[in-house]
Ligand binder design. Structure first.
Ligand SMILES: *[C@@H]1O[C@H](CO)[C@@H](O)[C@H](O)[C@H]1NC(C)=O
Ligand SMILES: *[C@@H]1O[C@H](CO)[C@@H](O)[C@H](O)[C@H]1NC(C)=O
Ligand SMILES: *[C@@H]1O[C@H](CO)[C@@H](O)[C@H](O)[C@H]1NC(C)=O
Ligand SMILES: *[C@@H]1O[C@H](CO)[C@@H](O)[C@H](O)[C@H]1NC(C)=O
Ligand SMILES: *[C@@H]1O[C@H](CO)[C@@H](O)[C@H](O)[C@H]1NC(C)=O
Ligand SMILES: *[C@@H]1O[C@H](CO)[C@@H](O)[C@H](O)[C@H]1NC(C)=O
Ligand SMILES: [Ca+2]
Ligand SMILES: [Ca+2]
Length: 386
């Protein structure tokens, strides 16, 4: 079955790994994606996030960075991509010039994603001063996009708005998760909005680049769509902790998939969201309380039948064997799409190492060995990365 295939091809792929290095203590490798400058270029490279790396930004400590690593190059061939060279912006507040943003320790590069030459990377712990007179620093998060092989950049900070505080978008942490639709529209998760109900937004890259100015701190990108605050029973559920995109309704319009790992009374769930009007369509619900079901999500055609399938990670899943202590091993659930909006019962893959947090990250690698299946997966388990 394609399911076994997934496991075996994993070993095959690990035989000749490409190895890259970054500054020690920079968390180099926290996020990765493949990058192809354009569809007609046959060189593939790897983008590697290092969210605690120092940069050349004056006066800023450990802003975080994304590295460009040629494939396949020597381990020291990676170079920082200059998404943002600038210091904290200043503004005249109450008669004195003060910084209005705080880029030190912002975790830039915690997420990075590519789509046909477009790149997005985010800093979910970017803080700004808020619109209030009393200077509150709030972790709204921010993202930068790059196009034309890193010759044009723009910032996109959808939660830096005039709706601050925990009840608004002040603690949003936009860019905690990020993805692209097949048309190249950006999908951003911000799990801290609205007392940590969380939020998902989408925006077009062309609209983000058009009329972009460093001076516009508060900017509404034309055509941006976002989910809204719900009743307070949804507080602390973290919608947007993870995001992905796929087609699940039998038409050509893709749906959004978003993890809500503390929703559904802490069982966690994954929401399917209409990408046209951002309303909720249906849920996949977790199996075990506090397992963090929805910590990671991925979409790929696992069985090669032409339909998108869904994978969900629950890295804190505990295995309970009879008469023994529960072991925290983590689980990944596979949902095969049988028909529009109809899925198989989930198949569970369980981690083997206690505290290995199997399912922390799931990355479809596509049909790397050209056998017609997208069965190649990289499922992150902590031991593998030490
Ligand atoms: C970044 O620079 C600061 C100050 O120079 C230093 O203390 C810190 O260890 C550096 N961090 C990394 C990850 O290189
Ligand atoms: C604005 O400046 C005045 C005069 O320096 C000061 O009394 C007041 O507290 C300041 N207000 C805020 C909100 O910082
Ligand atoms: C794209 O940018 C990278 C990094 O700056 C550079 O090494 C590469 O040669 C560029 N590729 C093309 C096709 O221009
Ligand atoms: C999504 O919303 C649009 C706009 O209301 C609607 O036309 C479409 O049928 C919806 N799709 C699904 C799958 O509900
Ligand atoms: C979104 O689309 C769905 C499906 O067509 C519809 O039921 C719902 O009312 C729409 N919501 C909004 C806010 O337009
Ligand atoms: C998804 O689950 C949440 C939490 O149980 C619930 O509030 C919501 O109504 C569900 N949505 C759908 C579309 O079933
Ligand atoms: Ca659809
Ligand atoms: Ca399929």
């Amino acid at each position: 079955s394609s399911f076994l295939h997934t496991l075996w091809s994993f070993n095959l792929y690990a035989e000749h790994p490409a190895v890259y290095g970054g500054p020690s203590g920079s968390y180099f490798g926290y996020s990765v994606d493949f990058y192809q400058a354009s569809t007609d270029s046959n060189t593939i490279s790897v983008l590697v996030g290092a969210p605690k790396a120092n940069t050349s930004q004056p006066g800023i400590v450990e802003a975080g960075a994304v590295y460009y690593c040629p494939w396949s190059g020597p381990p020291d061939s990676c170079r920082q991509i200059p998404f943002d060279n600038s210091n904290n912006r200043m503004m005249k507040v109450n008669g004195t010039r003060e910084p209005v943003e705080f880029k030190s320790h912002q975790w830039f590069g915690a997420s990075v994603r590519t789509h046909k030459g477009k790149v997005v990377a985010c800093a979910p712990l970017y803080h700004w001063r808020t619109v209030k007179l009393s200077a509150d620093k709030e972790p709204v998060g921010t993202c930068y996009v790059a196009v034309q092989n890193f010759s044009a950049y723009a910032e996109y900070s959808p939660c830096r708005t005039n709706d601050p505080d925990p009840e608004g978008q002040g603690f949003c942490q936009a860019g905690f998760s990020v993805d692209f639709t097949k048309e190249g529209r950006l999908v951003v998760g911000g799990p801290g909005s609205f007392y940590w109900q969380g939020q998902v937004m989408t925006a077009g890259i062309a609209e983000i680049l058009n009329g972009y100015s460093l001076k516009a701190m508060l900017r509404q990108v034309p055509g941006e769509k976002h989910t809204r605050a719900a009743e307070d029973t949804h507080d602390d559920s973290y919608l947007g902790y993870s995001v992905a995109v796929g087609e699940f309704t039998g038409d050509s319009e893709q749906e959004l998939i978003a993890g809500v790992p503390r929703g559904a009374q802490n069982f966690g769930y994954v929401a399917m969201i209409n990408s046209t009007n951002l309303t909720f369509i249906q849920n996949f619900t977790g199996e075990q309380m506090a397992s963090y079901f929805g910590y990671a999500v991925a979409v790929t055609d696992l069985n090669g039948d032409g339909t998108d399938d869904v994978l969900v990670g629950a890295p804190l899943y505990m295995e309970r064997e009879m008469e023994s202590k529960p072991r925290e091993v983590g689980r990944v659930y596979l949902y095969l799409q049988m028909a529009p909006l109809t899925f198989s019962k989930p198949v569970a893959l369980t981690g083997t190492h206690t505290f290995g947090r199997f399912g922390t990250a799931i990355a479809p690698l596509g049909d790397v060995n050209q056998d017609g299946y997208n069965g190649m997966l990289r499922v992150k388990e902590c031991r593998e990365w030490k």
